[in-house]
Design a protein around this ligand. Structure first.
Ligand code: FES
Ligand code: FES
Length: 160
């Protein structure tokens, strides 16, 4: 069985025929070709597949594609449509919040979701928001620093 998935993806409407059992992760990577969203555990444990659905972080490996019908989905590619780094991406870049980089799109999208609902998070807020994301490389200290800088950069952008 299949259906036609209509959604807004990174700000653009699109429609694709998809099987009923296709997961959002595989829709994004294999149907659309947006490979920034990563496959990690494929079972809801690592956060590498995090995207935003209507502005809120969601694990795309646990989300049937057809359940985002008529919703707004954002992937890491959507944060920098003109090629310039977003505040969150800049924060991770400057603070070395990324080493091998495999987990980074998931952390970036989880951070993006956090800063949209809480532009000035405490360290506890940051830890709670990123508690579902696993990184094997950084030890997390740099990631916390990256989110702090991202919040600061975003605030500067908001007032400039
Ligand atoms: S790939 Fe989705 S949580 Fe790990
Ligand atoms: S930077 Fe390598 S897993 Fe996080």
């Amino acid at each position: 069985m299949s259906g036609v998935l209509e959604l807004t993806l990174n700000g653009r409407p699109r429609a694709d025929a998809v099987p009923d059992n296709l997961l959002l992760l595989h829709y994004l990577r294999d149907v659309v070709g947006l490979t920034g969203t990563k496959t990690g555990c494929d079972g809801g444990e690592c956060g590498a597949c995090t995207v935003l659905v209507d502005g809120k972080p969601k694990l795309s490996c646990l989300t049937p594609a057809l359940t985002v019908m008529d919703r707004h989905v954002e992937t890491v590619e959507g944060l920098s449509p003109d090629g310039a780094l977003s505040p969150v991406q800049q924060g991770f870049h400057e603070k070395l919040g990324s080493q091998c980089g495999y987990c980074t799109p998931g952390f970036v999208m989880a951070t993006e979701g956090l800063l949209r609902r809480n532009p000035n998070p405490s360290d506890d807020d940051i830890r709670a928001a990123l508690s579902g994301n696993i990184c094997r490389c950084t030890g997390y200290v740099k990631i916390i620093e990256a989110v702090r800088l991202a919040a600061s950069l975003q605030a500067q952008g908001a007032v400039s």
